[in-house]
Design a protein around this ligand. Structure first.
Ligand code: KIV
Length: 271
């Protein structure tokens, strides 16, 4: 089953055209070949090799520990599978902050060693020079505002951001700065829906929301959350489209039972 109408590669231009045409953009995270192949074949527009790999793949509490080498490894696996969608890769914590040269070098490594199509970084005015420098090498950049998990120790909590006037005003300014700096798109994470709608209307580049309501130009979820593989995470914004944890658990129970009861393998399953 596939939603592909044609096998044309989705590019940064395509997703900008989608905003202009009022077509919503669907983005999911992917970190490995097998899952990326399933998601790409099912017709996803963008695969994000998110630094959430640090939580989902490696079991860390935050996104901070994942390294540039590890992100490149995940990105290589996803790129090998993605025949249709746009592949965007997160610049991990420590690979770009406060140093435009480092930001450019990290982005070049991601693009050269993985074959991905764009990078994503977190922050507003403070990363504008890095965005411009990365773009000077012809690398498209996606921004990320609102709840930016790489700053979790500054926030102290994963609650909704920009509920207060001052933070909302800063977010609006940052969004405009990122657009002017050349970002082709912007993730808005866990901010009030009204604010996300206003920002999306004021920008010409597409916004992609997570916990930011229905007024953004697209949506992103962590695949393992929306597929119910990770069943311990229940934020309000998460819609589960499957309960794979239950299906996997039942399959493993059945397999273990069959092995222990000499029921597997059968005669037909041996040589
Ligand atoms: O790393 C990630 O998965 C992300 C999305 C939640 C936007 O940045």
């Amino acid at each position: 089953m596939s939603l592909h109408k044609e096998l044309k590669r989705i590019t940064t231009n395509t997703i900008q055209e989608m905003k202009a045409a009022g077509e919503k953009i669907a983005m999911l995270t992917a970190y490995d070949f097998s899952m990326a192949k399933l998601l790409d074949e099912a017709g996803i527009d963008i695969l994000l090799v998110g630094d959430s790999a640090s939580n989902v793949m490696a079991g860390h509490e935050t996104t901070l520990p994942i390294t540039l080498d590890q992100m490149i490894y995940h990105a290589q696996s996803v790129v090998r599978a993605a025949k249709h969608c746009l592949v965007v890769v997160d610049l991990p914590f420590g690979s770009y902050q406060g140093n435009t040269k480092r930001a450019l070098e990290s982005s070049i490594r991601i693009m050269k060693e993985s074959g991905a199509h764009a990078v994503k970084l977190e922050g507003g005015a403070e990363v504008a020079d890095s965005v411009k420098r990365i773009l000077s090498a012809g690398i498209p950049v996606m921004g990320h505002l609102g709840l930016t998990p790489q700053s979790i120790y500054k926030f102290g909590t994963y609650v909704v951001r920009a509920k207060e006037e001052a933070e909302a005003e800063k977010l609006k300014r940052d969004a405009m700065i990122l657009q002017q700096s050349g970002c082709f798109s912007l993730v808005l994470e866990k901010i009030p829906a009204k604010l996300a709608t206003e920002v999306s209307k004021n920008l010409s580049i597409p916004t992609i929301g997570i916990g930011a309501g229905s007024g953004t130009d697209g949506q992103v979820l962590v695949s393992h959350d929306m597929l119910g593989i990770n069943h311990e995470f229940h934020p309000r914004f998460l819609r589960r489209y499957a309960s794979l944890a239950d299906i996997i658990a039942q399959a493993v129970i059945n397999y273990t039972k069959d092995v222990k009861s000499h029921n597997f393998p059968s005669e037909a399953e041996q040589y």
